[in-house]
Write a protein that binds this ligand. Sequence first.
Ligand code: NAG
Ligand code: NAG
Ligand code: NAG
Ligand code: NAG
Ligand code: NAG
Ligand code: NAG
Ligand code: NAG
Ligand code: NAG
Length: 447
Amino acid sequence: MRISRAPISVCVMLFLLSAVFPHHLSLGGDPINTCSGIVPTRHRSEMLSISDFGAVGDGRTSNTNAFNAAIDRIRTGNRSGGDGALLYVPRGVYLTESFNLTSHMTLYLADGAVIKAAQDTEKWPLIDPLPSYGRGRERPGRRYISFIHGDGLSDVVITGKNGTIDGAGEPWWNMWRHGTLKFTRPGLVEFKNSSNIVISHVVLQNSPFWTLHPVYCSGVVVHHVTILAPTDSPNTDGIDPDSSSNVCIEDSYISTGDDLVAVKSGWDEYGIAYNRPSRDITIRRITGSSPFAGIAIGSETSGGIQNVTVENITLYSSGIGIHIKTNIGRGGSVHGITISGVHMEKVRTGIKISGNTGDHPDDRFNTSALPIVSGITIKNVWGIKVERAGMVQGLKDSPFTNLCLSNVTLTGTKSSPIWKCSDVVGAAEKVTPTACPELASTTQQGG
Ligand SMILES: *[C@@H]1O[C@H](CO)[C@@H](O)[C@H](O)[C@H]1NC(C)=O
Ligand SMILES: *[C@@H]1O[C@H](CO)[C@@H](O)[C@H](O)[C@H]1NC(C)=O
Ligand SMILES: *[C@@H]1O[C@H](CO)[C@@H](O)[C@H](O)[C@H]1NC(C)=O
Ligand SMILES: *[C@@H]1O[C@H](CO)[C@@H](O)[C@H](O)[C@H]1NC(C)=O
Ligand SMILES: *[C@@H]1O[C@H](CO)[C@@H](O)[C@H](O)[C@H]1NC(C)=O
Ligand SMILES: *[C@@H]1O[C@H](CO)[C@@H](O)[C@H](O)[C@H]1NC(C)=O
Ligand SMILES: *[C@@H]1O[C@H](CO)[C@@H](O)[C@H](O)[C@H]1NC(C)=O
Ligand SMILES: *[C@@H]1O[C@H](CO)[C@@H](O)[C@H](O)[C@H]1NC(C)=O
């Protein structure tokens, strides 16, 4: 059968290579990789301060007009040519309603600068749903615009000296808890259909919903950011690259109420029709804790997710270390995922790969549209105080193939944690505790 031949050759090759060139596949011998060079750096010829537009950082004054006026000025000013402008936000707490960015700008938050959401949830603007979702992610219909929004932009930088963008999410989390949300909650920062975006050296905190959401983007670099939200805040994912390519995320600390980084590509009939994958994504040197997953792929995978490299991740007190998740009706192909160098401490489940996760936009999803999950390599994983080592649940009519585990050591709190697998074909080498028979069956050839 086709599906059982492929995993042996790929996994054996991986294992042989690591035996012959032990450094070739390990992080240890390599120089430190960075995201630099992925997005061209621009020198801004003009600098504006938000104070010159009447902003007051006293934590009481509304600064919506100041932000809109400053960004309009950058938008129109750039028309006469030039390299765009830097908008400087000095120390202080600047309340504002949601606002849109423009191309060729740098939003620079000084040390101690806080841009804080101040908007009546009733008056928060609505925008159209994303075509790959067909509706808001959590409620049907339109969705609230993100606090800071960018649509159709290029060459935008958000940076500074560790200033803060604060979504003041509490009222939104309470609406979710009380079931009173009319539409899908706003994210903190969303870029849609944009390119050459850099976000670095900022703190993103208390997002009402997903924190940083690049969707239909290419060329996105995120580094040295701190993302914070309370453990019990609902759906406060850290970074969700969604139907986006050429994304590089590194050197960040993320501790939120949901997945720290989750790569997505739309869901069900809407995502299948829109057909835009997430691909060419690197995620490295992320530290943090999540009640759900540290690193997730999915559960929205309908446009496909390919060529994702994850390395050097440190997780503690989390629900799941690595979670690859999809569902019936999703369609899409998830392949070429390589995850290496993961250290975890105190997690419920080390590695979970599941074909039955997440809800559906509506009941019109195509039950024959099964996701294809293949070519997943997870290696050099070390975990302590792990309750359950791994759980792999493929789909009966679309078994997961080519799953390779290598050098994975997970030790339990009291007893040894165990693996549980179904509908999966693959290989395992140097896995402790011994991987499930579905994976272990091919090890004799490679090990
Ligand atoms: C704004 O400036 C950039 C950089 O010089 C330039 O590439 C772009 O074409 C300008 N945009 C407009 C609308 O003129
Ligand atoms: C911000 O952008 C959104 C979507 O691109 C648009 O609907 C909205 O009108 C813009 N808001 C302002 C204040 O310009
Ligand atoms: C994406 O943005 C570009 C401008 O950068 C615009 O020309 C294009 O129409 C946008 N596409 C969609 C689908 O909104
Ligand atoms: C940035 O601020 C966050 C939150 O206050 C803090 O935890 C982090 O250590 C700071 N990072 C740097 C590099 O100063
Ligand atoms: C995979 O993605 C990386 C960036 O993460 C890129 O450098 C590489 O060229 C991509 N590989 C393929 C085969 O597209
Ligand atoms: C992993 O990342 C940490 C910082 O997060 C760094 O100190 C360490 O050197 C990295 N390890 C490897 C093997 O790259
Ligand atoms: C449902 O999915 C199957 C498998 O991808 C496809 O062959 C079929 O055309 C789809 N049906 C509809 C109505 O889209
Ligand atoms: C096995 O994984 C651990 C944990 O990431 C790492 O420290 C070690 O170097 C790996 N061993 C090999 C042979 O790659």
